[in-house]
Design a protein around this ligand. Structure first.
Ligand code: ADP
Ligand code: SF4
Length: 674
């Protein structure tokens, strides 16, 4: 395709062995939380990306055999002809938009536990699974022969399912990486010992795949540029391995050894931050290379290609946040790109075994069930609406209602739009979260029928006197000052003190000093980020959590390790499995969550990060004024305090539904007895 703008080079066709990618935008394999059980949801989601211009669209990890079952994590599978039929729905849909479809064949080895299939797990030697009290069966030659047969059969099924690119996947700790590992592979046969022997299985699987599919499909190998950690596969060995195997695959999909960094959130990793580690691969190979780096800036992408770092702009998260990112670059609509904010809420949902959702893109995962399209909003209305609150929920509702043709007035008491997103984006490491606000303000600025009134606190009387067909209340929530939350069911009288602070105080610039006890009963990012802010401000912080780890829910966003490491490095005193029970301005009493034994620590201030209370005053005032509840809709944190993604989703849903009067029953993607 001829693209007449400075990003034209991103739209070059690129040959991958026997197939040709229509451009350089490559959605690398990424988890979805949809798995084999939701094939229609999956197909519609991947198709949307192809429609949005991604030249290659891949599956997530795809199990080749029941001995590789990652339950409870949702994976796809290609075990039989039913799987072929389901996966064909994806490849067909991807092809309809002119993109190539890739499939990541996967065997989990010792890592998984086969909780559903109940097959024995297989390993290069007998090793414990990632989490369960299960060890693998050490593979003998017959097992290796069987594995090769399964992989070959899976490759043939992948071809008949219509895939253009078939992966061999020796990374991320799964079976083939066990063979590559010096530490794990203690075999004394031809599959153990020197690098050539440890790479034998990988070499054989690539050759088997080639032999099976011939020249009809390209073969990709997903390889870590810097090895798998020194004791397993050093960076030098990874280099040698790529050089040694280079004649075999048609494409190198290059990642790095530390998944926490590869999937690093914006708190800890910037765009293109893998470059130093992956750049050398292009100098080793004439085969096309795809790398990732949470690329959202077209200039960065162009620079990566022009400087020869990569041939393809690999993306998972940027393609989730904006399935139409390539099309927008192609059409010169750079300001319309919905940039990923690097919050990893998408990944968290997969890790929670739920279909992925996205903070920036509320249509993600709703392409099939609700028929939501990330870019198409029908212009179907002429009514009017008043929205109170320009946080993420209110801004998203205004954006969608404006696109539908409503005359929208959106008022906020604050002098800046964005609500909690604006405020929280000033906390350490969260600057990119402001993109949530900026995308919506950008869209709204193009809609003359949307008027934004800042510095406009609305009373119930103001709202009742406003002439609008619909009223949307999006007034947010406030952190509780009384300690009620998960640990304390009700308000704690012992917390009633002037030196008790909440995150809202700190966001308002009221920052405690001296010895500060910070009680994290929320378990996500807020308390650790406040600890960081307080330490930078010179306070002495004791971080107290009822959980066993700092920011424990951040495990799901792949941030927990980095969070705890950061607190340790900052010198924060971390007290786990502990609750704060009281505070008197000089000291706080802490209790062990198991024994209830109490101890006293010196404390000049207490920060409570426990739970939030919805701002309900305005809504209740409207009902008292006698306003018809049917005209009012509450959305976001003022209805249900939750993550930012939920506020955006609520705003989007209200935007789509307002005035339509219909709440149809949603189709469910599930196997049904024939
Ligand atoms: P959400 O995440 O649900 O969008 P936020 O807390 O981010 O909620 O945003 C709520 C916004 O509502 C804040 O910007 C706040 O200033 C605004 N707000 C709350 N009450 C009123 C009110 N009575 N009049 C105008 N704006 C209000
Ligand atoms: Fe990016 Fe967050 Fe969306 Fe994931 S959920 S794609 S990290 S904005």
């Amino acid at each position: 395709m001829q693209v007449n703008n400075r990003y034209g080079a991103l739209f070059d066709k690129v040959r991958i062995g026997p197939v040709i990618a229509p451009n350089r935008f490559y959605q690398v394999p990424h988890c979805t939380g949809m798995g084999y059980a939701r094939p229609q949801t999956l197909a519609a989601m991947r198709a949307t990306k192809a429609e949005g211009g991604w030249g290659v669209v891949c599956t997530e990890y795809c199990s080749i055999h029941p001995s590789s079952d990652d339950a409870p994590y949702p994976y796809v599978s290609i075990w039989d002809d039913d799987d072929v039929r389901n996966l064909s729905a994806m490849s067909d849909a991807v092809h309809q938009h002119g993109a190539l479809a890739g499939i990541e064949l996967w065997h989990g080895g010792s890592y998984v536990a086969n909780l559903v299939s109940r097959e024995p797990t297989l390993g290069v030697r007998s090793m414990p699974s990632r989490t369960d009290p299960v060890q693998s069966h050490p593979m003998d030659r017959a097992d290796i022969r069987a594995l090769r047969e399964w992989h070959r059969a899976a490759a043939l099924r992948a071809r008949s399912a219509g895939f253009d690119i078939i992966y061999v996947y020796p990374t991320h700790g799964y079976l083939i990486s066990e063979f590559l590992s010096r530490a794990s592979n203690m075999r004394i046969d031809e599959y153990g010992g020197n690098l050539e022997n440890r790479a034998r299985l990988l070499r054989e699987l690539i050759a088997d795949t080639r032999d099976a599919v011939g020249d009809s499909c390209a073969i990709a190998v997903r390889m870590s540029a810097d090895g798998h950690g020194d004791m397993h596969l050093s960076a030098d060995e990874a280099h040698d391995l790529i050089a040694m195997l280079d004649p075999l695959p048609d494409l190198w999909d290059i990642v790095i050894s530390d998944y926490n960094e590869e999937m690093g959130s914006s708190r800890f990793m910037r765009e293109a931050s893998l470059e130093n580690r992956v750049a050398y691969v292009k100098s080793l190979t004439g085969k096309p290379v795809v790398t990732v780096g949470r690329f959202t800036s077209p200039d960065t992408m162009l620079s990566q290609v022009k400087r020869g770092i990569t041939d393809f702009i690999g993306a998972a998260r940027p393609s989730i946040a904006d399935p139409f990112l390539p099309a927008k670059i192609r059409d010169g609509q750079i300001e319309d790109i919905r940039e990923c904010i690097g919050c990893n809420i998408c990944y968290a949902h997969n890790t929670r075994a739920a279909p992925l959702r996205c903070t920036q893109n509320p249509t993600m995962g709703e392409e099939w069930r609700r028929g939501w399209h990330p870019e198409r909003i029908a212009r179907d209305s002429t009514g009017s609406v008043l929205i109170v609150g320009a946080g993420p929920a209110g801004l998203e509702a205004a954006h969608i209602l404006g696109k539908r043709g409503f005359a929208v007035s959106i008022a906020d008491a604050a002098s800046e739009a964005g609500g909690r997103v604006t405020r929280e984006s000033r906390l350490p490491g969260l600057a990119e979260w402001a993109r949530v606000r900026d995308y919506r303000l950008g869209q709204i600025s193009k809609l003359p029928q949307v008027s934004l009134y800042l510095g406009s606190r609305m009373s119930a009387a103001d709202v009742c006197g406003f002439d609008a067909d619909h009223i949307v209340i999006a007034t947010g929530s406030a952190w509780r000052r009384d300690g009620a939350g998960r640990w304390h069911d009700t308000a704690v009288a012992e917390f009633n003190h002037d030196a008790v602070f909440t995150p809202d105080d700190i966001l308002d610039g009221r920052v405690p000093s001296g010895r500060v006890v910070l009680f994290d009963d929320d378990h996500y990012y807020m308390a650790p980020v406040i600890a960081e802010l307080l330490m930078h401000a010179g306070a002495n912080v004791t971080y107290v959590t009822t959980e066993g780890k700092a920011g424990s829910w951040s495990y799901y966003t792949q941030e927990q390790q980095a969070t705890q490491r950061q607190l340790i490095e900052l010198g924060v005193d971390i007290q786990v499995s502990t609750a704060v029970m009281g505070f008197d301005g000089k000291s706080a009493s802490l209790a062990c969550v198991y024994t209830a034994r109490q101890r006293i620590v010196a404390a000049d201030a207490l920060v409570l990060v426990t739970s939030r209370e919805p701002h309900a005053v305005l809504y209740e005032g409207l009902l008292e004024c006698g306003l018809d509840a049917g005209r009012i809709r509450r959305i976001g944190d003022c209805y249900q305090p939750s993550i930012i993604a939920a506020a955006i989703y609520a705003g989007h849903k209200a935007g789509r539904e307002l005035g339509t009067g219909q709440q149809s029953q949603l189709p469910r993607d599930r196997p049904v007895i024939a």
